[in-house]
Design a protein around this ligand. Sequence first.
Ligand SMILES: NC(=O)c1ccc[n+]([C@@H]2O[C@H](COP(=O)([O-])OP(=O)(O)OC[C@H]3O[C@@H](n4cnc5c(N)ncnc54)[C@H](OP(=O)(O)O)[C@@H]3O)[C@@H](O)[C@H]2O)c1
Length: 429
Amino acid sequence: MASVDVPVALLGYGTVGAAVHRLLEQNAEDIERATGHRLRVVHALVRDPGKERGFAAGEGVLTTDFASILEDESVTLVAEVMGGVEPTGGYVLDLLRAGKPVVTANKQLLARRSTELFATAAEAGVQMRFEASVCAAIPVIKVLRESLVVTNVHRVLGIVNGTTNFILTRMESGAAYQDALAEAQRLGYAEADPTDDVSGADSAAKMAILASVAFGSRVELADVSYEGIDRLRPEHVEAARSLGAVVRLVGTATLVDGAVDVRVGPALVDRHHPLASVEGPFNAVMLQGDAIRELMLEGPGAGGLETASAVVADMVSVLGTTGTGFLQGDACWRSLPKLPPGELPAPYYVHIEVADRPGVLAHVAARFADEGVSIARLAQHVVNGSAALDVVTHTAPSGRVATALDAIARLPEVHGLPDALRVIDERGI
Ligand SMILES: NC(=O)c1ccc[n+]([C@@H]2O[C@H](COP(=O)([O-])OP(=O)(O)OC[C@H]3O[C@@H](n4cnc5c(N)ncnc54)[C@H](OP(=O)(O)O)[C@@H]3O)[C@@H](O)[C@H]2O)c1
């Protein structure tokens, strides 16, 4: 059977773009055998065509002229692997309006402008796929949209940032935060400017995308509350160890009585929980739902080739499903309310620095009791005349815990602000 020639274009020819081209060239025969299509990169948009590339682009492929891609009617599929929100967002909208399906690896763009992008794709009747935007090689979007189409997923837990997971794993072995970060940068796991990773912003963007797909309701970055690992101290890691837990930066997307809550923050994860065994730069996503109970996907969450493999898989999927109605249009088919910020129930670990005086414990316990927060475990440490309390609460709404902590911070025998980390110990089974 004669194969179909498919001229494709790439926006961007950096780490991921060059790897996409490499995979398409090196696997051309496999793709052709599997799909009957031969994908051929005919344009790749860059800023500087003179730069050295990880995989040669071929004569005349590199261009700085976006219009030459938009106006080339032979191009039937485009992979956006240039990153950034602008001008990228405008380019993607133009391509969709011109009837060209787009595959993207760009979590920041999707987490900020998904409403507009998917509405445009639906109007134009073309697909926009985004597997590579979350956890690179882990096929979580495909699993959520296809394999779990009849599963009422009500909770997604994710370690979706490899840089922070690497740092936390190193801190567990005794490294200081700054040294672990420097090591991550040396090994290429962290950018020179690691702000997006360590602040939790990168994880928040990925959790917004995962929540949208899991719940079929739009979640954008602005809907996600997040904090990072930059304020974590060795004491937290030590306290976690003594409580039989590890510290991980965990994203959670939860449906509570039909309302959506998405947040990212450092959490104490029970050693027996599957997420506790996710180490180094790896990512993992745990899905909990009615018909599946729980399943976890784990793997490399970044890397040029890993990300490119997801981009190529999406390109092949678009070819295989165009015109069938399958998976076209927007995955968000309903609009669920957002859970008010203080209402997500969870157990909390709280670290409080106090003066070593009689009665402190009773005062602290009374402030928790005032908010209806009950204490599951409590340990006291005394070092050089000052003391610290490590408290684990039973499940309580986050707002109640925050109010109790405000009152505790005002107690005269309490030094500084107490730290609170969510505890993740329960499973879906
Ligand atoms: N690298 C990873 O491990 C990874 C993992 C998951 C997702 N992603 C996502 O994949 C995307 C690409 O990442 P990357 O690591 O491949 O980035 P990169 O190496 O910096 O490559 C970006 C490419 O886009 C081109 N480009 C950027 N802005 C442009 C503009 N305004 N006009 C024309 N060309 C422009 C650059 O051109 P020049 O080469 O001429 O500068 C370069 O070829 C991003 O959205 C990123 O978040 C990456």
